[in-house]
Each structure stands twice: as structure tokens, then as C-alpha cells.
Ligand binder design. Structure first.
Ligand SMILES: [Zn+2]
Length: 175
């Protein structure tokens, strides 16, 4: 599977699995971050999560998926799986992804692509003020972070992928 084929499936997972869950959480007043934990060979989801900070301010979309994943009676080792985050993880979620053992992170809306607003603005302020950095290192000793948007932009099948990306972006904008 090349990167373009992979990103197409990741976008479909966002559209078909993460977004429906996020839309119902958002209607209850939660934020829009969501995530999925996927098998590397088929990119089928082992777990999907959505923001639930009404219940607990720490339950961002990434934390929700990690909590649900570790409640499964049986699951593959985290280090073999792919972590898909709709929004660039905040310092808490980035650390949680590392502590959980995931090695491969894909981000839909990365902080280079979107103007940080709402909780993403807080996240950027935390990176700057607490750690003196602008965000996660693309490659670090815990995981490699990939940008879906940059992969779409560099793809030979750009038009089809861009259309799918734009459709998803519109749905997030309407939340
Ligand atoms: Zn977070």
C-alpha cells in the first residue's frame, strides 16, 4: 500500500467512523477532536474515540480512544498499530500516545494546516509556555508523526484525495 492509498483509507475512516461519533458528541456540547486505532495491514479500526470533556476535561478524543482500547479484553499490542488523530495532539494527548506505546501517528488537521482556534489555541500556548516548543517533533524516539494534508498535497491522485479532504473539512467546519 503506498502513501496515497493509505491516506485515502484514513480519510474514509474519519468520514465514516470518527465523524458520526464526533457529530453526536458535538451535539451534546463536546469538542471536535476524535481518533481511531487501526490495524497496519488492512487499516480497519480496532477502536474509535471522540472528545468527551463534558464528563472529564482530560477526555480529549485521543484519550477517549486510548481508554476504550485498553478496556478491550483482548487487543493487539499498541506498538503494532496506527494511531489516527483528527487534530494535532495537545501535550497531554501526545504524551498519552507515547506512553501507550503507539509508534505511528497520522494527523488530519495539523497545526501547519489550520489556524489554531479554541482548544487548539490552548494546546499551542501549552507547548510554547510550558515546554518552549511549537509542538510535536515530526520524528521523535517514541513515534513518527505523519501529516495527512501534506501527503494529500504531494500525491499523484491529489484531486480525488483533495475532494475527500475538503468534504471532511466542511463537515468539521459545520460542527
Ligand atoms: Zn488532547
Amino acid at each position: 500500500m503506498n502513501d496515497a492509498e493509505k491516506v485515502k483509507i484514513l480519510l474514509e475512516v474519519v468520514r465514516d467512523e470518527i465523524l458520526p461519533l464526533t457529530e453526536s458528541e458535538s451535539a451534546r456540547g463536546n469538542a471536535s477532536s476524535g481518533s481511531a486505532i487501526l490495524r497496519p495491514d488492512t487499516l480497519t479500526s480496532v477502536m474509535v474515540g471522540a472528545d468527551n470533556r463534558l464528563q472529564n476535561p482530560l477526555f480529549h478524543g485521543d484519550i477517549d480512544a486510548i481508554n476504550r482500547f485498553f478496556k478491550l479484553p483482548v487487543h493487539p499490542p499498541a506498538e503494532e498499530l496506527i494511531f489516527l488523530a483528527t487534530h494535532d495532539p495537545c501535550p497531554m494527548c501526545a504524551s498519552a500516545i507515547a506512553w501507550a506505546g503507539f509508534k505511528e501517528l497520522w494527523v488530519l488537521f495539523d497545526s501547519d494546516k489550520i489556524e489554531p482556534a479554541g482548544s487548539m489555541q490552548t494546546s499551542t500556548a501549552m507547548y510554547r509556555n510550558m515546554f518552549g516548543t511549537e509542538g510535536i517533533r515530526q520524528e521523535n524516539s517514541f513515534f513518527v508523526r505523519h501529516s495527512i494534508w501534506k501527503t494529500v498535497a504531494a500525491s499523484a491522485d491529489r484531486d480525488e484525495l483533495q475532494a475527500l479532504f475538503d468534504e471532511i473539512e466542511r463537515r468539521y467546519a459545520s460542527l
